[in-house]
Design a protein around this ligand. Structure first.
Ligand SMILES: [Zn+2]
Length: 331
């Protein structure tokens, strides 16, 4: 019935279980970051507690309005504080669940970024998951379900969210950010199906970094040494930026391989650069592209795993090796 950000299937399942009286008491909502899992959890709390939710005249509703704003006495939307969710908060929520709902049918607790609930707190939570108080529903929302203890996971009904389609993200960007279709589609292609990621690429201006990386990769050995070192210095100022730069580089390799292997322009990420990508694809063999990708992924692993790393040096070495590899006549 309701289609929140393309999660109609998930919503239909939740709707059906609620209408059939088959609602579970504990849920795990999982799927990549930034696709609207929390939004669906909040709507689910509305669905459970509002008798008019599925009626056609359900527009301005005091109950749902307060739930969505976090002002309803029976629904709590919790998020970790300073990257952590500790045992005292779990104990507090357990005492909240002991009492019957004040107004609603169910007391609902939604915990966003639930992977940040620490181990001791997860163990404390187990008690509630094993014997949930009558009329209580708990929803854990996370992009990193594997961080939860297996004993916790096994007691939750799993609801998996798929990444969003590229066209849906494009529409959202055009509609809410007034972007042109081409720019929106490019950002959508780079977002790995996450609207949150797409909005971040747009708002932080990270998308401009892609252009610089693409300019280098498409120019290859022709790209001047001084300009290359300047680009390297620019992207290695912080870890996050270097990550982004390397990931953009990997989309270039992916696009060229796609063009070489089956020539399907529709599967390209950097659609706005299709002409130059087609031309670049002529210059490199699959083997060479794989070697370039290895240089990038090795750098990515080093940035991620080594703490006392000289980022600028690592970045210089990566860029120079890529340029050298492009210049080699064979392999
Ligand atoms: Zn309502």
């Amino acid at each position: 019935m309701t289609d929140i950000l393309g999660h109609k299937k998930v919503f239909d399942v939740l709707e059906k279980s609620s209408k059939d009286g088959q609602t579970a008491q504990s849920y795990l909502f999982s799927g990549v970051e930034g696709i609207g899992k929390l939004l669906v959890a909040i709507e689910f709390a509305c669905m459970l507690n509002c008798s008019r939710y599925f009626q056609t005249d359900h527009s301005k509703c005091n109950i749902c309005d307060r739930i969505r704003k976090g002002n309803h006495p029976d629904v709590r939307i919790e998020t970790p504080i300073k990257g952590s969710f500790k045992i005292d908060r779990v104990r507090y929520l357990q005492s909240f669940l002991k009492y019957s709902p004040v107004e609603a049918l169910f007391r609902v607790i939604i915990i966003d970024d639930a992977h940040l609930i620490n181990r001791a707190a997860q163990n404390a939570l187990l008690k509630t998951l094993e014997e949930p108080p009558a009329g209580s529903i708990m929803i854990l929302v996370t992009a990193k379900a594997s961080y939860l203890l297996p004993t916790v996971r096994s007691r939750l009904r799993k609801v998996k969210f798929s990444p969003l389609g590229r066209s849906l993200i494009t529409q959202e960007l055009v509609g809410t950010k007034k972007l042109g279709v081409e720019e929106a589609d490019t950002i959508a292609g780079l977002s790995s199906g996450s609207l949150g990621r797409a909005l971040e690429l747009h708002s932080t201006g990270t998308i401009h970094l892609r252009k610089s990386i693409m300019d280098f990769l498409n120019a290859g050995p022709e790209f001047g040494l001084a300009a290359l070192l300047e680009l390297s210095a620019q992207v290695s100022v912080d870890q996050r930026k270097l990550f982004e730069a390397i990931e953009f580089g990997m989309t270039w390799v992916r696009d060229l391989m796609t063009l070489k292997l089956n020539g399907q322009a529709s599967e390209i990420i950097n659609t706005d650069l299709i002409d130059i990508l087609n031309s670049s694809a002529q210059h490199y063999s699959i083997e060479k592209l794989l070697s370039i990708r290895d240089l990038m992924s090795n750098a990515l692993i080093s940035v991620d795993s080594e703490t006392n790393i000289n980022r600028n040096l690592l970045s210089d070495v990566m860029f120079l090796r890529i340029r050298q590899k492009m210049n080699e006549t064979s392999g």
